[in-house]
Structures are given as C-alpha cells and as structure tokens.
Design a protein around this ligand. Structure first.
Ligand SMILES: *[C@@H]1O[C@H](CO)[C@@H](O)[C@H](O)[C@H]1NC(C)=O
Ligand SMILES: *[C@@H]1O[C@H](CO)[C@@H](O)[C@H](O)[C@H]1NC(C)=O
Ligand SMILES: *[C@@H]1O[C@H](CO)[C@@H](O)[C@H](O)[C@H]1NC(C)=O
Length: 280
C-alpha cells in the first residue's frame, strides 16, 4: 500500500520516465541494500498495483482508466460549450478478463468545464491485451442528466452562425499562450480543440498512459460548402507517464446539429526543445 502511494506521487509529479524506468546494476543493489532508490520502488509498485482487485481510487492505475472515461464522454457529447474533465474517482476495481483484456470498473464524477456542473457516473473500461488489438471498450452510465442535456444549444447556434457567415476565416495560435492567456473569442475553439484531442487520446490510450491536452498550437478554419464548420488543428498532447509532448494534426468539423467529428488525425514529428519552459 505504501508502495502504491509512492507510485502515484512520483508518477504524477513527473519523475517517472516510462517503463522500464532505470535498472539498478546487480552489485549496486547489494551494496546499497539499505538505501533502495525511489526508482526501484516505483517499479515494484507498478507490478503490485497492476494486480486485480480493489484499487486505491487516487492512485495512478485508477486515474488512468478514469481518464479514458473523460475522453470517451468528450467524443460522445463534447462541443465548443461542453467539455468534460475528470473530477474524482470514488471506487475502482480491476480484473483480468481471459481472452479480452483488463477490465476496470469505476465509480467517478466528471465536471463539465464550461458550466461547472458535475455528474456521477459508473463506468467500465476494458483495455485489450496488446497481442490482440481489439479496440478499447468503454461503457458509461449516469443517473444525472448532464451527459445528455443541451443547455448550450443556443450559444452553439450563435457561434456557428457567426463563423459560418463571417467572410474571414478564423486563424489562431498558441491557446493558451506562454502567460496562460486565451482571448475570450478563442475560448470556444480551445474547447473544441480539447474535445477533438479526446478522440486522439481515446484511440491512443492504454493501461499505461495518461494523456492531457497541453496546448492548441494552431487553428485554421477552412472554407467549406458543407453545413459544418471545418478546421485544421495542431495540438500538443502531454503523456504524463513518459513525460512526452506529442504533436497531432487533426481535421475537425463541427455544427450544433452534427456535433464534433474528427475526419483525420495524424501524429507529427515535433521538437519540444523550447516548449517545456513555456508549457509545463
Ligand atoms: C434539447 O434539444 C431537443 C432537440 O434537439 C429539444 O427537443 C429539447 O427541447 C431540448 N431540451 C432542452 C432542455 O433544451
Ligand atoms: C470575423 O472574423 C474576424 C477574424 O477572425 C474577426 O475579427 C471578426 O470579429 C469576425 N466578425 C464577426 C461578426 O464575428
Ligand atoms: C503551427 O504552425 C506553424 C506554422 O504557422 C508551424 O511552424 C508549427 O509547427 C505548427 N505547430 C504544430 C504543433 O504543428
């Protein structure tokens, strides 16, 4: 249990560098047997917490599975005025499912970030076995009507009409900028970038990842004769376990009636040398 606490603290504070982390030379272990390093503790803890059963809801494995639920809800219900964030995990249970993968059963709450409303959910996340590659499976149920409400419809319609009719196409960069600032008129498009990023993060997630969107680097609105607005997004995602910043390009459409669709997603080569100082 103590090892599990260490895993969560070390992992979330960004000290881990992915697995395998660091291997201690065999003789070093015996010479320093009274002073085990934190790195060794993390590896032991990871094995321990991957075991089945009731998990500490605040620890990394439960949080990683719950984060997948957040991304899943965004792909289903997200919009420029509706973005879900993970709020709290109350209960998490993990088990091996032969032939299928690892199943997490979760009780959690999510917050809709724009209206600041919360909902409690029950969710099941099945991570496939790596050899098999069936898709990640997520099921969510909630008694709160947050997931299906459409209070944002009026704002969405206004935004849609404004950008559909405008003769100049939106172009914006660095949301947020290095001071954490976003121009108010760009906030809905930052939300849209977060929702679109959830499509990527959902498809990239495994039992060993924890993804967040770090920044919308570029948004370019494209001329479109179809009803939905069309955008090209460059986003930077932060994978907390490996501490990697990963750039993705996405082709995104949105309209109030058709919702958010990601038509293309492409991982980009991106150098992050000058980035960590401004973002992290
Ligand atoms: C939600 O939208 C549907 C149509 O899409 C409408 O019939 C319903 O009245 C709306 N509900 C609310 C609470 O606005
Ligand atoms: C049209 O777009 C331009 C550039 O994005 C923006 O400055 C302007 O406020 C928009 N006009 C309206 C009416 O939304
Ligand atoms: C954003 O666009 C600029 C060009 O305007 C490009 O140099 C940069 O690589 C883009 N950012 C990402 C993350 O793709």
């Amino acid at each position: 249990m103590i090892l599990g606490v260490l895993l969560a603290v070390v992992g979330l504070s960004g000290v881990t560098t992915g697995s395998p982390i660091v291997t201690v030379p065999p003789n070093a272990a015996s010479e320093n047997s009274e002073k085990p390093t934190a790195v060794v503790v993390v590896e032991e803890a990871r094995e321990e917490v991957m075991e089945t059963g009731e998990l500490n809801p605040n620890h990394y494995p439960a949080q990683r599975a719950a984060k997948v639920v957040q991304h899943y809800l965004n792909t289903l219900h997200g919009s420029p005025y509706k973005v879900f964030g993970l709020q709290k995990v109350f209960r998490a249970y993990a088990e091996d499912v032969p032939g299928s993968g690892r199943k997490y059963q979760l009780e959690l709450s999510v917050q809709e970030m724009v209206k600041k409303t919360t909902a409690n959910c029950e969710a099941e996340v099945i991570f496939p076995r790596k050899e098999d590659h069936p898709p990640l499976q997520v099921h969510v149920s909630s008694h709160d009507d947050l997931l299906n409400n459409n209070v944002s419809l009026q704002e969405e319609t206004l935004l849609y009409q404004q950008y559909k009719r405008n003769h100049s196409l939106l172009f914006a960069q660095n949301l947020p900028d290095s001071n954490g600032h976003i121009e108010p008129e760009h906030i809905p498009f930052w939300h849209l970038g977060a929702v679109a990023s959830s499509f990527v993060m959902l498809s990239e997630s495994t039992e060993d990842t924890l993804y967040n969107m770090a920044q919308v680097a570029n948004i370019t609105q494209l001329a479109s004769n179809d009803d939905p607005l069309k955008f090209e997004y460059d986003v930077l995602l932060h994978e907390m376990v490996s501490q990697e910043i990963i750039a993705w390009k996405m082709l995104v459409t949105w309209s109030p009636s058709e919702g958010v669709k990601v038509l293309k997603m492409e991982k980009r080569e991106y150098s992050v040398t000058n980035l960590k100082t401004t973002l992290l």
